[in-house]
Design a protein around this ligand. Sequence first.
Ligand SMILES: [Zn+2]
Length: 484
Amino acid sequence: MEQDERFVKQITPKSVDFSRWYVEIIRKTEMADYAPMKGMMVIRPYGYAVWEHIQRLMDKRIKDSGHVNAYFPLFIPESFLKKEMEHLEGFAPEVAWVTRGGQEELEERLAVRPTSEAIIGSMYAKWIQSWRDLPLLINQWANIVRWEKVTRPFLRTTEFLWQEGHTAHETAEEAQAETLKILYLYKEFCEQELAIPVLEGKKTAREKFAGAQETYAIEALMSDGKALQMGTSHNLGQHFSKVFNIRFEDREQNLRYVWQTSWGVSTRLIGALVMSHGDDSGLRFPPQVAPIQVVVVPIALGNWKETVLPVAEKVSQELSQNGYRVRLDRREEFTPGWKFSEWEMRGVPLRLEVGPRDLKENRCVAVRRDTGAKESLSLESLPRTVPDLLKDIQASLFNQALEFRNQNTHSVQNYEEFKDIIESRRGLIKAWWCGEEACEDKIKEETMATVRVIPLHRDNNETAGPCVCCRKKGQELVFFARAY
Ligand SMILES: [Zn+2]
């Protein structure tokens, strides 16, 4: 067992240094590695498998709600970005430019897309003529480049993967309904597939997307007490349609500008999975997106290849045939203890141990990654008990994260208390805010906390208190936190 302990000891405990723990886990589990270029990462097969499950499950939800996929160019002419100054200025510090093609200087610089509103808007202007062309509901899966100064694998890298939806509508009401529909689609996705509870709400003017009328977001509390923005949905109003001249003939034959939305989630969600569920032993994947859902470990004792191994093979084959992602760990160079800690580190939700003693009774041992609980299961019952256990693990990870968020959501009466909590315990602070940017700025400067979301619904019994910062009348009851 000494060897096994060493294996896990190589990870810095979460409580000692969260940032180091995060990076070590990602590298040791082979989810990602640093690329030779600063700020860039390679998503390795184990990490990419998680992205593929996110993609598959998200894509289904996007299509089921009436959207279709397309693909737009990686490069955007500078003049397109310049048409919309607020948008360009918002992204200017992060844009990478192409100035040469082969040997030739380009006549016009090309931006590597930091987002695609401009290029998609220019195409929508061609495609949309009449109200019959609306709504136009397109999504694209793509890579994005933003030249970031401070980077961290999955959370902020120069290049990342995402989906971006871009829709056009006849009326303002339809665009607003779409914006909220996607916000709730994202919320459900995060809670049901990633087992991460999120708060949904509106962003303040200061935090909104460059060029948007309103930005809505989902936010989650990571296990170090910092918030992470998990996805955004923007109501663009007619801002881009006026810039790119996206007009349609309405039902009364008047020429009008369309109403637009855009929305996205990215590979950042993988970072959220690590930070929400991971512990000192490593990752803990919710079964829905786990690269491997069940690992079967035959215990190599005596003539195990004749006795234990065939049973372990049969067990894993049956589960695979039932649609589960199963790995049979038949490696001979490692002890069972080593294998246990390796699969724990890799976050596999369920481990089945098949050993000679259990086999005599036609049983095996099941160990849950979420709780560490062990139970003996009859081999016959596996097609029934494994699905139940996986469902239970999925729910239990969500409940653990929800409980953590509840325990780390604080209501404060005054600014002193606010500062004290942000310094000592972090977490989410629910407090009244006057709505003034001056207070928002002051709070950010003094505590590094920002307004994460303005909730969309307020309990009727919550009577307005004074702004936590300036004591003037509170306008909104909001969630503050330090964030990634
Ligand atoms: Zn104030």
